[in-house]
Design a protein around this ligand. Structure first.
Ligand SMILES: Cc1cc2nc3c(=O)[nH]c(=O)nc-3n(C[C@H](O)[C@H](O)[C@H](O)COP(=O)(O)OP(=O)(O)OC[C@H]3O[C@@H](n4cnc5c(N)ncnc54)[C@H](O)[C@@H]3O)c2cc1C
Length: 457
């Protein structure tokens, strides 16, 4: 009761709740992981409110789990030890768009859709890297979990685009990081000690990011999709290598689905763009020529008559929206986001089919190629949320996909607690020790999203 009253004193009675109906909603996400327990939900509006909540939690040793859109799917926002869910959605201001220096400073609750529509209306020549996630996903959490968007194959993953941040440390200090710590401009992380890494990839276990500067990129006038199709799994690695090497694409993903029948092939989807018609046409011709002359084993054909509905889906930003996410018609979807070296893709392709067959699932793939060095290989599983047996099968399929990922030298992206444990077990012991020391230094009472990135004993 005392903590509840103190939270009401900080944010007012309308932005804190301990009602069972609300706690129920915050105790789970739409992935396949088990629900947790929540004691309070709080929606701060200012950095000072966040600071006061954290100071209270730190004093009382109450866990705090920051939440953006809650769409990571792997229970990263489901509290494993109870406590406060800090829902950041009310901190929804776009503070600045600096057009000339190409960055936007946003609060933690700003959604992908809000930034995208703001830029379209006010800065139509600029864009940010938009993930395929539902539009309510936040810009900040997506960048912090090393997400990727529609221009990532060209410019890098979204955490690479972070140019600065404001963070509330678990002990309550408000800290600015990057050029904004020494300048009114939020244009770069350095040249300074690169501190953003203390908060990127940590799943909210080291602090709460309240503002973030994200880089913006030119928005070309012309954009089109080119689809190529093949049945030769063995040549995937070489095809990806060559398409990347040509170095003229904006987005690049591979898709395949066992059903409907016409989708049961390997589709290479390449988005090309250009600021002038000449540049654009040259790029399209170059990709057609590349695949026409491709000699990597099987043939890769240009799809001349791509259906207009599909063309639109691929060209939309965000594109596609995981067509297969609700195969089972039960609303459940989770995937192992395996970040794999390119030369393991063919092997992973076969493995995904094997796992899906074993658990009676339909195999569906969407993989985004990231800047030529790696691929986000999605082992996708949809399930019926009302069917406990189906959910259990999904957990097993995810676990096998995670283990395979580490076996072949990959790393699981935004993994659930089990996947994080696999990483910690495999990790160089000195690195694991360093993680522990950093965590203890920043969060001495272990209040921040406990259960994540915990050392294996
Ligand atoms: C159909 C579908 C397609 C998807 N496609 C993509 C895709 O193409 N690319 C992609 O990157 N992702 C994709 N995702 C995954 C996910 O939805 C996104 O990465 C999403 O952006 C996560 O943002 P969020 O706001 O929902 O984060 P949340 O799930 O709310 O949070 C993620 C993590 O960040 C922490 N966190 C949240 N806010 C803060 C903060 N202010 N400070 C510190 N820590 C914080 C949370 O505690 C949690 O650990 C997809 C998901 C779905 C359902």
């Amino acid at each position: 009761m005392d903590i509840y009253s103190s939270l009401m004193d900080i944010v007012g009675k309308d932005r804190v709740s301990k009602d069972q109906e609300e706690l129920f909603l915050y105790s789970r996400d739409s992935g396949a992981q088990r629900p947790g327990k929540v004691d309070f939900v709080v929606m701060p509006k200012t950095v000072e409110e966040v600071q006061k909540i954290v100071l209270l939690a730190n004093k009382e040793k109450v866990p705090v789990t920051p939440l953006g859109g809650g769409l990571a799917l792997s229970a990263l926002v489901v509290p494993q030890r109870g406590g406060i869910v800090l829902d950041m959605k009310s901190m929804d201001k776009i503070i600045e768009v600096n057009e000339t220096n190409r960055y936007a400073v946003v609060e933690a609750g700003v959604s992908q859709a809000a930034l995208q529509s703001y830029l379209t209306k006010n800065h139509p020549r600029l864009q940010h890297s938009t993930p395929e996630a539902p539009p309510t996903a936040t810009v900040v959490a997506n960048a912090l979990i090393q997400g990727h968007g529609h221009i990532s194959p060209r410019y890098g993953i979204n955490s690479d685009m972070i140019a600065g941040m404001e963070v509330v440390l678990p002990t309550g200090e408000i800290c600015k990081i990057g050029s904004c710590s020494v300048s009114p401009y939020w244009f770069a992380r350095g040249p300074l000690p690169d501190l953003p890494g203390l908060f990127i990839g940590w799943f909210g276990t080291t602090g709460i990011v309240t503002k973030l500067s994200i880089k913006l990129y030119p928005k070309p006038k012309f954009r089109d999709v080119m689809a190529f199709v093949s049945d030769d799994v063995d040549s995937i690695t070489e095809a990806i290598f060559e398409a990347n090497h040509l170095d003229l694409l904006e987005d690049f993903f591979l898709i395949s689905q066992e059903k409907p029948e016409w989708m049961n092939h390997i589709f290479y989807i390449i988005i090309v763009s250009g600021h002038s018609e000449e540049e654009f046409e040259l790029k399209k011709r170059a990709y057609k020529k590349l695949f026409r002359e491709f000699r990597g084993g099987g043939t890769i054909e240009f799809v001349k008559d791509l259906h207009p509905a599909l063309r639109k889906r691929f060209l939309d930003v965000p594109p596609l929206a995981a067509l297969a996410a609700d195969f089972r018609k039960g609303g459940g979807f989770e995937y192992t986001g395996a970040i794999l070296p390119i030369d393991k893709v063919s092997q992973a392709w076969e493995k995904g089919f094997e796992i899906s067959r074993k658990y009676g699932m339909i195999c569906s793939y969407v993989h985004q190629v990231l800047m030529g060095n790696s691929i986000m290989f999605g082992f996708n599983y949809s399930f019926n949320r009302a069917d406990e047996e189906d959910i259990e099968k999904t957990r097993k399929a995810l676990d096998e996909s995670n283990r395979f990922t580490y076996e072949v030298g990959g790393v699981v992206w935004k993994g659930e607690a089990g996947a994080q444990k696999l990483a910690m077990e495999k990790m160089d012991p000195n690195t694991a020790e360093l993680i522990k020391r950093v965590k203890n230094l920043l969060d001495p009472n272990g209040i921040m999203n406990p259960g994540n990135w915990e050392p294996v004993t």
